[in-house]
Design a binder for this molecule. Structure first.
Ligand SMILES: [Mg+2]
Ligand SMILES: [Zn+2]
Length: 213
């Protein structure tokens, strides 16, 4: 069985962008607004070294909502993929949902199973990559990311992004971090603790055997 870290994109990999029309911080709608947090590659490398599959799972409804073009959304995806690939193909698969329940573009509007907290993409990854859910993590900046795992038995880290506070805080996360790098340290630390726990249990059992003899 394999392990994986599922990563939300906006607010985790890249900063949210202020939209004066809605007075909110949102996903970037234009490639020129897209930038990547400086610690992303270091965090992804650390997790890769520990044998985690890495997946991006992201809701991108801004075309369905009429806020930008599909070309712009795809151009942003391309920028991220190129940046990641130039650092060693660190992401194993990207899962993007373009739907929105109340969209204005008919083709992308209405209910779907892939929009988080829907778990369609995650179930697909679990099947395709033979993942053990108990060894998987979900890193996100919103309650929908935390909610995603509840039916899946995965652990979560909520990134405390100051621009996401409106969309976070109602769900309880297993762990909290200030950014993706801190999240990667937490995951690796927890794994080491669990391994030490296993070793301790074996030692105690062996010690127990000695006293019995
Ligand atoms: Mg997000
Ligand atoms: Zn969808």
């Amino acid at each position: 069985m394999s392990r994986a870290v599922f990563l939300d994109r906006d607010g985790v990999i890249n900063p949210l962008v202020y939209n004066p029309e809605t007075n909110e911080y949102e996903s970037p709608h234009y490639p020129e607004d897209f930038s990547i947090y400086p610690t992303v590659i270091r965090a992804l490398r650390k997790l890769k070294e520990q044998g985690y599959y890495l997946f991006i799972v992201s809701n991108q409804p801004s075309y369905a909502k009429g806020k930008t073009s599909l070309e712009n959304i795809k151009a942003i995806e391309q920028l991220l993929a190129e940046y990641v690939d130039s650092n060693g193909e660190l992401i194993d698969k990207y899962y993007y949902c373009y739907h929105h329940p109340d969209g204005v573009i008919e083709e992308y509007s209405g209910a779907c199973g892939c929009r988080k907290p829907g778990t369609l993409f995650i179930k697909e990854a679990v099947r395709q990559f033979g993942l053990n859910e108990k060894e998987c993590w979900f890193i996100g900046d919103r309650d929908t990311d935390v909610k995603c795992r509840k039916s899946m038995g995965m652990r979560t880290i909520l990134i405390r992004n100051k621009h996401s506070v409106k969309n976070a805080g109602k769900e309880t996360s297993d762990e909290y971090a200030s950014d993706i790098y801190e999240a990667s340290i937490i995951i690796i630390g927890r794994k080491e603790n669990e391994l030490q726990g296993v070793h301790r249990a074996i030692h105690e059992r062996n010690d127990g055997n000695h006293t019995n003899n």
